[in-house]
Design a protein around this ligand. Structure first.
Ligand SMILES: Cc1cc2nc3c(=O)[nH]c(=O)nc-3n(C[C@H](O)[C@H](O)[C@H](O)COP(=O)(O)OP(=O)(O)OC[C@H]3O[C@@H](n4cnc5c(N)ncnc54)[C@H](O)[C@@H]3O)c2cc1C
Length: 299
């Protein structure tokens, strides 16, 4: 049981010791001391103002890029999914989406509005907030080239609007202008795309199904691609497809995926990650960089 006090007025809406395995696509992770889903930005701001400054705050979206360790997450975990959920067309080419909106919904809706390029959003099984934090991308498209403005909130509940030029954005990497600020929404810019149809999204997803273990418990690609190469190629060439620790196994379908086959622990997954890094480094002289974010305390 956590020693962190729940802020007054929020007692009924904060879960204690919430298993993070319920909120990660790898289905692993110990408890979050406090778990909070805000109703809207004002509610979120009130919560953050009321939360004592000593309580650490972590944000998660759909947990599709997270490895949470068995010891769980100390402090408060905030999840905007299912809450900060508005998606609206502002004018001909601008769209505003809140951080909890699933990227797949953005991809489909923007294409239905006859705008693009947005198909890539449909390949990202996370929220817009996670995609902004990761500069997520698929099929040649990336999140940040579409960003016109972001809305953020900080640890004491202050909301801001920021321009993309304030962030250092790279391949699966985003450095914010100030630490301790999280995304609540973004305005995205697209171009008219006559003839755009969700059929193209369907075709891309079908292609992906043929080459990736979609539907199994994973966090997508575990490692970023090193310059000029593919992590999957290096892992496969090192003979690591099928390598396993407990129920954590390198996928035999796509070598950059590590699958939880049922009862893997975070420790098992981390052991596979380290073994892959060490073996690829020994065989190819390249240290693979994890794309997945590791959170929480060890067992
Ligand atoms: C089957 C599968 C396929 C995938 N394919 C792709 C792909 O093609 N391309 C790709 O880029 N990724 C892919 N991923 C990985 C993942 O979907 C993306 O990284 C996604 O952007 C993560 O979003 P999320 O909402 O799940 O974030 P989470 O995994 O919950 O969090 C990821 C990081 O973002 C931070 N974060 C979350 N929300 C916010 C917020 N509102 N403000 C600030 N920080 C926040 C978290 O603290 C954490 O550091 C795939 C994953 C799976 C399971």
């Amino acid at each position: 049981m956590t020693g962190f006090a729940v802020p007054a007025g929020f007692e009924d809406r904060v879960q204690r010791d919430e298993p993070m395995s319920r909120h990660t696509s790898w289905h692993v992770g110990g408890p979050a001391d406090l778990w909070f889903v805000p109703r809207d930005v004002e509610d979120l701001s009130a919560f953050l103002r009321a939360l004592p400054g000593s309580v650490p705050v972590t944000w998660v979206g759909l947990g599709s890029n997270l490895l949470v360790r068995e010891g769980g997450i100390r402090g408060a975990v905030i999840c905007p999914h299912g809450a900060l959920n508005s998606l609206q067309r502002l004018d001909g080419t601008r769209v505003r989406a809140e951080a909890g909106v699933p990227c797949a919904r953005i991809g489909r809706q923007v294409v239905k509005w006859g705008l693009g390029p947005a198909e890539f959003f449909a390949g990202i099984p996370g929220t817009l907030g996670g995609a902004l934090a990761m500069n997520a991308g698929a099929w040649g498209g990336e999140t940040w080239p579409r960003v016109l403005e972001v809305e953020t909130i900080d640890r004491v509940g202050t909301v801001r609007r920021r321009a993309p030029s304030e962030y250092q954005v790279g391949y699966r990497s985003v450095v914010p202008p100030a630490p301790g600020e999280w995304f609540t929404a973004a305005t995205l810019g697209f171009e008219p795309q006559p003839g755009a149809s969700t059929d193209s999204i369907r075709r891309l997803l079908e292609q992906r199904l043929a080459s990736q273990p979609i539907g199994e418990w994973s966090c997508g690609s575990v490692f970023t691609n090193p310059p000029g190469d593919h992590a999957a190629r290096l892992i496969e060439a090192a003979g690591l497809k099928g390598y396993r620790v407990g129920d954590a196994a390198v996928s035999t379908k796509h070598a950059n995926f590590i699958i939880n086959q049922g009862h893997a622990s975070a420790t098992d997954l981390e052991a596979v990650i380290r073994h892959v890094q060490d073996t690829v480094e020994r065989e190819h002289g390249v240290r693979l960089r994890p794309e997945v974010r590791v959170l929480g305390e060890p067992a």
